[in-house]
Design a protein around this ligand. Structure first.
Ligand code: 4NP
Length: 166
């Protein structure tokens, strides 16, 4: 059975930012007792790292805050994702633009920047840490934790509003 809300995080390679968001958000969903209702996945717009685990620096930064990313494997966004996911959340404007070029006319979900769920100004991006050091990965993790809190709140508000209207 399809879970009530499904979320796909998207970056370029699916080895740094989106698997971090996948692991962090999944842990928050579990901590909130919402695992039966919310499903989480991640993918990349590029195909260079298909089948690989997350970058070791992303794994290390996440582990230092208690999140496990070891089990995740990179995959590429595909047409079926627009039928499967309610929220498709891009890490930066280039990923968002790529996704906007793929979106079918009947997509009924929400396609936006992930950081629109944070307190940062609109159009803020999670910067690509791939060519940076550990500090870049730690900054990414902080932004992702903040936006994940905002996203959980938005989903809870939406489901409360839905319950009240039915
Ligand atoms: P990500 O980071 O999009 O956050 O997974 C990158 C990973 C790999 C590459 C670029 C960004 N790359 O060029 O291989």
């Amino acid at each position: 059975m399809k879970k009530s809300v499904s979320i796909l995080f998207v970056c370029l390679g699916n080895i740094c930012r989106s698997p971090t968001a996948h692991g962090v958000f999944e842990a928050m969903v579990k901590a909130e007792g919402l695992s039966d209702l919310i499903s989480v996945d991640s993918a990349g717009t590029g195909d260079w790292h298909l089948g690989r685990g997350p970058d070791q620096r992303a794994i290390r930064a996440a582990r230092s805050r208690g999140y496990d990313l070891q089990h995740l494997r990179a995959r590429q966004v595909c047409a079926e994702d627009f039928a499967r996911f309610d929220y498709i959340l891009a890490m930066d404007l280039a990923n968002l633009s790529n996704l906007q070029g793929m979106v079918p006319a009947d997509f009924a979900g929400q396609l936006s920047l992930f950081l629109d769920y944070s307190d940062l100004p609109r159009s803020s991006e999670v910067p690509d840490p791939y060519s940076g050091g550990m500090d870049a990965f730690e900054q990414v993790l902080e932004m992702i934790e903040a936006a994940s809190q905002g996203l959980i709140c938005a989903i809870k508000d939406r489901s409360i509003a839905h319950k009240q209207s039915t």
